[in-house]
Each structure stands twice: as C-alpha cells, then as structure tokens.
Design a protein around this ligand. Structure first.
Ligand SMILES: Nc1ncnc2c1ncn2[C@@H]1O[C@H](COP(=O)(O)OP(=O)(O)OP(=O)(O)O)[C@@H](O)[C@H]1O
Length: 243
C-alpha cells in the first residue's frame, strides 16, 4: 500500500498505450488516470474500441504500456522483473474473462485451487469456504465444467480469481457469454464478493443493467475517461450512453 494513501486498491496515472507504428499506430489509451478503492465495485463502459480491455490488461500486468504508471496496492508495476510481476499477478490480481477458461478434466474445486496448487501454496481453507459459500457453489464442487451451467462455470472462474484473496479483480465482460438470467446471477455473486468478502472488482460491460449493479461507472471514449457516475441507475447509464 502507498503509505500516503492507504485507501487505494489500484491506480493508473496518465496511462498511455500505443499499438503499432506509422500507419498502423493506434493510441488505445491516451493518458488515463483512475483510482479504484478497496471494497468498491466499478463498471467500465464505452464504445467498441474505446480502450476498455486495454485498460484492464495493462492494469492487471498482462500487457505492457507505453507511458504512465500503474500501482497495485503499494506496488508500482513499472520496473518489476518478470519474476516479480508474475508473483504480483498471482498473489494480488484476479482476472475473469468472458470465456471461462476452466479445465474440462478438473472438477470445480480443482479448477478453483489450480493457480494456488501450481504455485505450490496452500489456499487458506477458511477463505475458500467463504468464497464457495458466497458464490453459491457448495453443492457443485465435485462437478466438472460440462456438468455446470454457464452461470455456474463463470462463478467457478470468479472463485478461482478470488482464491488467492487478491487486492483487486479485473473482469472483462464476465456476463458477455451468458443468457440474461445467468448473467444476473453472476452479477449478484460479484456484488456479494464485494459486499460480503470486502473484495474490489472492476468490470467491463456493455450492459446498462449490469452497470447499474455497481457502485460507480467510469466511461471511456477514444482512450480517455470522459465521465463518471456514482450509484448509477440503469436509466442514468442509458442517458449517458446516448450523449
Ligand atoms: N493487439 C493490438 N494491436 C493493435 N491494436 C490493438 C490491439 N488491441 C487493441 N487494439 C486497438 O486498440 C483500441 C482499443 O481496443 P480495446 O480492445 O481496448 O477496446 P474495447 O473498448 O475493449 O473494445 P470492445 O468493446 O470492442 O471490446 C482499438 O482501436 C483496437 O483496435
């Protein structure tokens, strides 16, 4: 944690990401500064190509950036060796993708603990118990992904991201592949990870109803933050999207 300001889970400062060169040069992020506080659920919205996924990938240490800085807790990403970056990703950052990325031959428990098993660390069983309980997975732990609904599979992916008790979870359209009922279910469980487990979640979404379940919506356009709504209603989000 940054001693001067302990109330930050992650922060980007003047973050810029340029892809390609010459004619193919694209400025995907153009000086983005944003903070995410512990225990807050944030939605990132914006038109296609506005830089939402790029922001998540750069902040999660999954892609490099051109200039600016990213802090996760007290740790500055720039200048970390590959080894330390890998460790930071493993210990402090959870990532949930649109595709669930579960291994078909492993059951739910094995999928959830795979990253900690690979790191040869023992997951905190009390914490795992709480995660499984709050995600409503207790009676599905011996099921393989093919025996679970899409919403349940995404909940397993969220439990896997929560297993190491990360500083922050980045979720890139976690409801994108789900029907509306499973999507609503996943949002309810993300919400409970924030409310009941004190986790910090940042989620990309195109859906105003999904955004309305969060504490705060940050709007991107052309690689810049152009607006922010607190305690959003779906109507307010829709109104803002029409601008
Ligand atoms: N690997 C890449 N190489 C070159 N350009 C890229 C690459 N990834 C993204 N871009 C470009 O960067 C810009 C931002 O892309 P990004 O995927 O972050 O947008 P997005 O807001 O997540 O879009 P969507 O809602 O369609 O997923 C786009 O113009 C995109 O074409």
């Amino acid at each position: 944690m940054n001693d001067a300001n302990p109330a930050i889970a992650a922060r980007a400062t003047e973050l810029t990401k340029i892809y390609g060169q010459g004619e193919t040069r694209v400025t995907a992020l153009d000086g983005v500064s944003v903070e995410f506080r512990p225990g807050e659920f944030t939605a990132i919205m914006g038109p296609s190509g506005s830089g939402k996924s790029t922001l998540m990938l750069c902040m999660a240490g999954l892609d490099t950036f051109t200039s600016g800085s990213v802090q996760i807790g007290a740790t500055e990403l720039t200048g970390l060796s590959d080894k330390r970056l890998t460790r930071l990703r493993r210990d402090k950052i959870g990532f949930v993708f649109q595709a669930f990325n579960l291994l078909p031959v492993l059951n739910a428990t094995e999928n959830i603990t795979l990253p900690t098993d690979i790191a040869r660390r023992k997951a905190d069983s009390d914490w795992l118990g709480q995660v499984v309980e709050s995600l409503g997975l207790a009676d599905r732990l011996t099921h393989r992904p093919s025996q679970l609904s899409g919403g349940q599979q995404q909940r397993v992916a969220i439990a896997r991201a929560l297993a190491a008790r990360p500083e922050i979870i980045f979720a890139d359209e976690p409801t994108g592949n789900l029907d509306s009922r499973s999507g609503a279910e996943v949002l309810r469980f993300l919400r409970s990870a924030v409310r009941d487990l004190g986790q910090t979640v940042v989620m990309v979404t195109h859906d105003p109803a999904a955004a309305a379940t969060t504490d705060r919506v940050v709007f991107l356009a052309d690689g810049r933050i152009v607006d922010e709504l607190r305690d959003p209603s779906a109507e307010a989000v829709l109104d803002r999207m029409k601008d």
